[in-house]
Design a protein around this ligand. Structure first.
Ligand code: GSH
Length: 235
């Protein structure tokens, strides 16, 4: 295979949006690797040794050397395996800076709001999270219009760094939509993002690594039940 790389291992969990980013990048670049599924209640020695600061997945281990944090890993993949598949970040330094800016926005603003909307203990906190997530998505809709210049992806004709950072959230978004009967990427108010999600989700390289949405729904129902039980216990 064109993107075969020696001694490449990814430590992950099947439901993690951060791990999905790394799987998406490797899949889009056509790079093969060994995958190690972690049980986060009983983390492996390898994980603890490889990410001693955060003890979190994903960790990409290349030639025995660990790289941690999903955004750092994506940039490492682009630089270390430049010869494999399409480049994830643009070549132009200014466009690279713009892509990094939007990746940071997704991470710091959108993910934070989506987590608040999904996992808060009170309805008030959830509603505030929803409001902030919608505002962040509207900002991204405008960014997509500017950056893509009529093409389907933030990366232009093909999916790149920003698409992968946002795309890692897509399985979780689809699961929440199925549970709540709502459209997060509203085709009326966010037509470009709605089309982006359809295009990105249909790419072969994406379909190959997307987790099963119905399994995610089951997991989210269990997680919500745990949060609710904790609230009742605390009351
Ligand atoms: N900022 C990190 C976040 C990674 C993260 O939160 N991973 C979760 C799984 S979704 C984890 O490993 N949690 C284990 C723990 O918190 O102990 C990244 O982008 O890689």
């Amino acid at each position: 295979m064109a993107g075969a790389v020696d001694d490449l291992k990814l430590l992950g969990t099947w439901y993690s949006p951060y791990v999905l980013r790394v799987r998406l990048a490797l899949s889009i670049k056509g790079i093969s690797y060994e995958y190690g599924e972690e049980d986060l209640r009983h983390k492996s020695e390898l994980l603890l040794r490889s990410n001693p600061v955060h003890n979190k997945v994903p960790v990409l281990i290349h030639g025995g050397k660990p790289v941690c944090e999903s955004l750092v890993i994506l940039q490492y993949i682009d630089e270390a395996f430049g010869g494999a598949g399409p480049a994830l970040l643009p070549a132009d330094p200014y466009e690279r800076a713009v892509a990094r800016f939007w990746a940071a926005f997704i991470e710091d603003t959108l993910v934070k709001a989506m987590n608040q909307a999904s996992w808060s203990k009170t309805e008030g906190e959830k509603a505030e999270g929803n409001k902030q997530a919608t505002a962040a998505l509207r900002t991204l809709e405008a960014a997509l219009r500017d950056i893509s210049k009529g093409k389907p992806f933030f990366g232009g004709d093909s999916a790149g760094y920003v698409d992968i950072v946002l795309g890692g959230l897509l399985a979780g978004v689809r699961a929440m939509e199925a549970m709540l009967g709502v459209k997060a990427f509203d085709p009326v108010t966010m037509p470009l993002l709605a089309a982006w999600a359809d295009h990105f989700g249909a790419l072969d390289a994406v379909v190959a690594v997307m987790p099963d949405v119905s399994k995610l729904v089951e997991l989210f129902i269990t997680m919500h039940a745990h949060i609710a039980a904790e609230v009742i216990y605390r009351v």
